[in-house]
Ligand binder design. Structure first.
Ligand SMILES: [Cu+2]
Length: 154
């Protein structure tokens, strides 16, 4: 856990006029330990990992992602079957119960950055906006680690 490495930015200037009350509630959502791996060029998608904590009293639903780094950021889940074969499938939404933390981590849930607009270079960072069904948006700065990184503590 290195919280000082994570810049949590709450988007105050929203382009599409989300109600002020929704913004206040987004304080209940904490995104920690976000990181991504460097990519080789732009032909393969990038992956982003993080922990999303719901400090509030109501469930929150992550419905979408946005970043200028990729045209199609999607939530995916990797599952490994009994034969040890892994496959990924899109996850439409993630519901986070009150007091719960959902981990996006290698081998499980992740944000897949499809159609990269530029290579992901180690030691750079980018902004990723998480959209919640009724709590507005939260934008995090995601540091790009080495191509073989397993997590922010490597
Ligand atoms: Cu994926």
């Amino acid at each position: 856990m290195k919280p000082h490495r994570i810049a949590l930015l709450v988007a105050l200037a929203l382009p599409f006029g989300i109600a002020t009350s929704a913004l206040a509630d987004s304080d209940d959502i904490v995104v920690e330990n976000a990181w991504a791996r460097a990519s080789i060029g732009t032909s393969r998608p990038g992956a982003v990992y993080m922990e999303i904590r719901n400090k509030g009293d109501e469930p929150v639903t992550l419905t979408g992602l946005q970043t200028d780094l990729a045209m199609m950021p999607k939530i995916h889940r990797t599952a490994t079957d009994e034969q040890g074969v892994s496959s990924m499938s899109p996850v439409g939404e993630i519901v986070i119960a009150p007091g719960e933390t959902v981990a996006l981590e290698p081998g499980g849930l992740h944000a897949m950055l499809m159609q990269l607009q530029r290579p992901m270079e180690e030691s750079e960072s980018f902004l990723l906006t998480l959209t919640f069904s009724d709590r507005g948006e939260t934008t995090v700065e995601v540091p790009i680690l080495g191509i073989a990184a397993r997590g922010p503590e490597d």
